[in-house]
Every structure is written in C-alpha cells, then in structure tokens.
Design a protein around this ligand. Sequence first.
Ligand SMILES: [Zn+2]
Length: 393
Amino acid sequence: MKRAALMFATALAAILLTVSPAPAEQIQYVVHISVDGLRPDGVTSQSAAELPNFYRMRHEGSFTDNARTDVHSSVTLPNHIDQMTGRGVHGPPGASHNWSVNAWRRGGPTLHSNKGSYVAGVYDVAHDNGLRTGHYAGKGKFRLFDESWNAAGAAPDTTGEDNGRDKIDRFLYSRDMAALTSAWVSDMTARPQNYSFLHYRDPDITGHLFGWMSSKYLAVIRTIDGQLGAVFELVENHPAMRGRTAIIITADHGGQGRGHAKPLPNNYTIPLMVWGPGVPADGDLYAMNPTTRRDPGTGMPQWTAPTPPIRNGDVPNLALALLGLGAIPGSGINAAQDLKVLASVLDTPDARCLRVVGSRRRPRSLLPGRNRGVRTSRWTRGRRCTRTWRYGR
Ligand SMILES: [Zn+2]
C-alpha cells in the first residue's frame, strides 16, 4: 500500500513536472515595447473587444496598472534611458544616468560624455553575449541611443567572442507607427533579434494636442492595439520565435490635461505587462513579488525606499534575466534581477493565488486612495485565495 502510494506520488510528480511552466532558458527572444504616454486607464477604460491585444497581454500574462516612472522625471527621454540602462536620472545611489533633459542634438553629448563615464545598457549585455539587437524609435531624439552605442561610442566587446563595438544591430527611426511595425516584422522575419525595442509615439502626441483620455487619445491606443496584433502574429508564427518569445509592454509616463511633466499620480503611474511562456495568466506582478516590490498606492517612493515599487527602469534587467543573462554593469534598478515573472521561479507557494482577484477589471471601489486594506477573496480550484489591497496607505 505504501509502495503504491509512493508510485502514485512519483507519477503525479512526473505529470506536474511535464505541465509545469516553461523554464527561463526557453525564452530566446524578448520584445520590449514602450507606448509613449500610456496611462493604465487608457486601456482599462476601454473594452477587451476594443483592445483585444492589450487584454491578451493582461489575461494571458501578468501585469500591474500601478508601476512608476523615474522618481525625478515623467518625461520621455530620461524615462527611456531608464528603460535602456536600469539607471535613473538622479538615482538609485551610485547608479544614476544623469540625463535630465528631454532633448537630444546631433553632435551633442552622448550618454557617456554627459555622465562623465561609460553608461552601459541592455544592448551592451545582449550584444556582447553574441545576441542580435534592434531599436525601433518613434522620436528622433532616440538617436541618442544609436550614437551612444554605435561603433564609435560604445565600449569594446570583451565578453567571449568579439562581436564588434556597435551594440545595436538595427536602428530605425520613423514617426509612422505602422511603418515602424512593418519594418520590425520584416526584419524579424528575415533574422530575428533576440532583444528588440519598439516605441509607439502617438498617444503622447495626441495627448498634447487633444488631451489625455480624450476620444482621440483613446482611439490612438486602439490603433496601437492593431500594431500589437501584428507583433503577436509574428511571435506566434515565426518558426524560431514561436513558444520562445516574451513581450514586455510599459510606458515612459502618463499624462493629465495636455501635459505630463508635473509630479502628479496621472503622470507617474504607468502600466507594465509581461507575456510569454511560463508567465502566469492574469498574474498580479505585486502579488508575485511580495518581498521585493511594494505597491506604492498613489505615492512616488524615493530611490532609497526600502521596498521599491515596480518601475519602467526594471525592464532592461528583466529582459536580460529572461534571456538568461546577467544584469547591466553599473545599473541600480532591478540590478539583482529580482523582479520575478516566471511561475517556475516565484517564491509564492501557490501561483494560483496570484491571479487578480474578482472581476477582470479592478472594481471601482478599489481605486487607489479610496479603500484602505480592503480584503477580497475568491475560491480558485477548491482553495481560498485572499489578498489585501494596500491602496490609500
Ligand atoms: Zn510628451
């Protein structure tokens, strides 16, 4: 009888192992998307029928609607440097990139000359380890990245085989979002880049012209949803990328009225979504990282906060972790690569309890600042899963 039980347990364990989420090493491609000026409610105020691909990111993957921009900046260029380097404008201590202006000029400073020392980025680690990289930018000032990490500006490749200095294999700037997507699709079809970055500019442009959350702003998010459809289409049908690709979507800042520069919740609150093999469906990124990240409510924690919020600056070291690579030298945000998104590496005992509780949309009664410590729960496959919302702390 004992023997039978043991055999049963062994068989059960074998089954559980076969169906357990894919290991990190399965992911060979990461697509990092930044939607310029995307507020979380730019998505949640629209329906899944209107935004099928954004909702697909959320329901097949894990996400938060309460990530943060840089502590000291809610404008475009500094927040994209955070997303490329894992550094902030004036922190974390010892790991700032020091680029505070939202402008670039040809022949002007690079990231390195501005800082006074070399600033490595996600491209250094990916390229130096022999991976292919791409950067598809919707604003001309992103040529800062190409100039900082091209053959003239970047550090020598001293990791393994020398793949040359130029860290970005394909750099493209286009103001036309559809053209940007089709160039990416055609480049990736021919030769996939292990790390590629796509930047969609229009929500910011439309927000400045017509207002954040205006009907035109919301319509532009629907247009980008169509671009995401093309990304999914490729990722699921390319023989090399299928089943081996993660997609990360975040933003540089939100917006309110016709601007986004002031330190207001609507400006510094952004979404972060992760989709890919091994990423829990409907996962709440804060619930998945209970000891290393803390939901900031409506506040903006400083760089020195003992438990930081999830930030857009987490993304480059997350992307590298998913690719099986170490953190960016000199980075300070997610430098321990402890923002976990794969079910196989979570500390939480029961991944089924990580799902967003209740209805698919966060209930109105749980909007930040409204309810303190509301406890909600539901039954998931026979287990009661409870979590406490910490808004309004
Ligand atoms: Zn703007």
